[in-house]
Structure formats: structure tokens, C-alpha cells
Design a protein around this ligand. Sequence first.
Ligand SMILES: [Zn+2]
Length: 484
Amino acid sequence: MGNGKTNECCFDQSFTSTRCRYLTISRLQAFECRGTMQQRGALSWLGSVLLGLMGLLVSGSDFQHHRYEEMVRALFAVHNECPYITRIYSIGRSVEGRQLYVLEFSDNPGIHEALEPEFKYVGNMHGNEVLGRELLIKLSQFMCEEYRAGNQRIMRLIHDTRIHILPSMNPDGYEVAAQQGPEFNGYLVGRGNARDIDLNRNFPDLNGLMYYYEKSKGKNHHLPLPDNWEQQVEPETLAVIKWMQNYNFVLSANLHGGAVVANYPFDKSRDARIRGRTIHAATADDKLFRQLARTYSYAHSWMHKGWNCGDFFDEGITNGASWYSLSKGMQDFNYLYSNCFEITLELSCDKFPAASALPREWLGNREALVSYMEEVHHGIKGLVYDENNNPIKNAEVSVLGVHHDVTTGVDGDYFRLLLPGTYTVTASAPGYLPSTSTVTVGPAEAIQFHFYLKTAPKQHIKGKPHNSKKYPSSSKASLKPGPR
Ligand SMILES: [Zn+2]
């Protein structure tokens, strides 16, 4: 590695100084991190024309809109470039039969390693909101290139995280929008899937049940799906829900366009009867979600400034319901059905920007896309074991004062994102005595804390009381949907 300054920069996760920010956002960072004298000489020689060169580097021919086949080729090209740290798999097919391909980054692709968190990015859920799709293709190429170049920050991220990238959740809608192209794209053309269903209004509505349970002290996580839910959702939605069932995702973002803001749950208002008024619908993790949204907005070149596309969002973030209420969205579903915390990123005023705008958008989002992934490494994580050191899956881990539990995965590992502070944490599982401990979370890496549960005497073994409730009917979707 190079000199101390450079190393510090490459390892520094906060990137507070201008110099660090510059180094991490530049493709020349790889040269700096590798630190050969020759490259440093070249860097120095560039001197005052550096910015111009950066412009050339990022405005090259690799910035284009990718139709479906081109996108697939681009993903496989990344896999071929970085076969040891990537894997491509499909989570299902769209209505028109297009594969929903995911590119995975990991030091052990295809394998969940205990205590290594799973992260996902989902782009292009609305087929005509295309920037997220292009940014995720670019991010994939960037991570592969930087890994190969020895970028310590990217290498560390890939070694410590299993990252899943779905550049297009709605490839059929995209093709409709792309036929019109950037200049003529209507506000709604290609938004829905091939059956013109808005996928971000297509997830089972668990909010109504959650808001009922809040009052009746029912479950606060992993809410049950309605009967016959599989028949009530589109193939793309079904694929994503099955995906969420198969991977224990911890953190996620869902990339949209039509505004510039980081939107956090809940999207659905607690009281739909209040017309013409919007009210903040807080989750039990409201402060944490604000911080996650701020991580993106402040690492983004202009989102945090607040004024974008004629709207103002303080710090570039908003609670979903306080902007406008939305039912059956994917973001709330993540929080209520799984362990995953998801936010919705609105990334461009123009839903289908011209290809010439892509280099600037990439530079504006690159640091934010990487910083947000790093957020998966905060809070508390650990394993829940029984007396014989066997991991317990589906054990519940609850934090006193935060009414939202998480569960262990098949390896018995749990990940509880938390802000710095001291917490009383309890692990419990049917048939075992619960165990409680005090854990202090710092601002850096997640604290590891393992629980060992003793088998409960027979009289303690009883199921949690189940609170059954018919699913409340959802209110009608608004006639003119916003970006989300
Ligand atoms: Zn959208």
C-alpha cells in the first residue's frame, strides 16, 4: 500500500475531508490506493487538467441506456471480469418472460456466511424510472474494477458483505418506456409491468395489520401474509417476495425517479381518513431510518441541499406518509414482513434522463451508493445458541424500547441495526428461557454479541399468543401516482 495518508484515506469510512472525498470518488483512486510511483507521477503530471480528464473518463462510451439484452450482457461481462467475487442468478421471470437477474458480490458468492450481512439494491421497479437501473449497472462495473485495482474500501466491503443487485425489477415496463426514449417519455408510460400494474402498489398490505397490532399489542415484525397472497400479486412482486424469503436481507434501497429525496418508512399513513393532510407515519425505528436516509442524502452531491425538482425536502429526506400516503409499497413490506430495513431513493427529476446526463448522475450518486451499503455494518450482530452450542434459527431478538424485533437466520445469526447507544437486548425462542443483556453500540463496526439460551422447563413451553385479524381492505390508490 501507499503512504499513510493514502491508506488512511482508503480505509476511512466517513470520508469527511474534501481530499478523501475526491480520492474515493475518482477512478484514479485505484492508482492512489495501489500507490506506485509511476502512477503517482502520472497523477502529478495531470495537474490542472485533472478535472477535465475526469470528465473524459466518466463521459466515455460506457455511459448509455441499456435495453434488456444489453443490460444482461453488461451484467455477465462484470461476472466474467470478476468471476471469483460475483454470481448471477435469476429470482424469476417478468410477465413477458424476461429473467429478473441479480448480480451478487461476495468473497464467497452463493453462500451465506454466518455474521456476514446481506444487502440488496433494487432498481427500475417503475419501468420508466431508469436512472436507478443505469446506476446499478455502473455500480456493478465500478465495484468489479475497483476490487481488481486493489481499492481497499471496496475490497473490504465485498469481503464483509453479501451484496445483491437487481438492476431492473420491471424489465417489461422498461422496454415500453425505452421505445419512446428520453425525449418523448410520458409521465406514466412504462411505469407498470406488462399488465400495467404498478408494482409499488402490488405488495400485500401489512400496514393495516401493523397499525391494529400496535393498539392490541400484537406482533411487531414478520407479520403473516394474507391467504392466497400468491394469487393476488404480479409475477415480479412474487419473485421479489420469494427472494426475501430465501435471503435474510438486513438493509436495502429501492431506486426510483421523478424527485430527488431519500424516503423512509412508513409510506402508508396511519389514518387514511384524513384527507388533504399528510402526517408523519413513524416506525419503531424512526431515528435510525432518518439516519439511513441522511447517509444517502449527505453523501449525494446535491440531494441533501433540499431544493430539487421544484420541491423542498429538509436535508433531502422525507418520511413517506408525510410526503403522500402510499399503500402496498415494497418499502413498508420489507420492514413488516422481513428483517430488512428498506428506504426508497428518488434520484432524478427527469424519470428518463438523456444518456448525456448519466456521467454527472453517476458522479453525484457514487459515494452515496457505496456509503449506504456500508451502513449495513452498524448496530449489534451475533449468534443465538442453545446449551449445546447449536445455532437456533428464527429466534427473536428484541431491544427494550424499540417495538420491532428481528429474527435469526438459518445459521442462527441476527443483525440488529441500531444507532450508537446502550441497549437492553433479549433473545428468545420457543422452548428456551429468554436471555437478556446490556449492549453498548458505538459509531463504528457492529458489536458482536452472542446469546446462549437454556432449555425451558416443560411448563414454560408455550406458543406466543396469536392475534388473528382479517385483513383490512386497502384504500383506493390515488389517480395520479407520485414518483414512488
Ligand atoms: Zn417510482
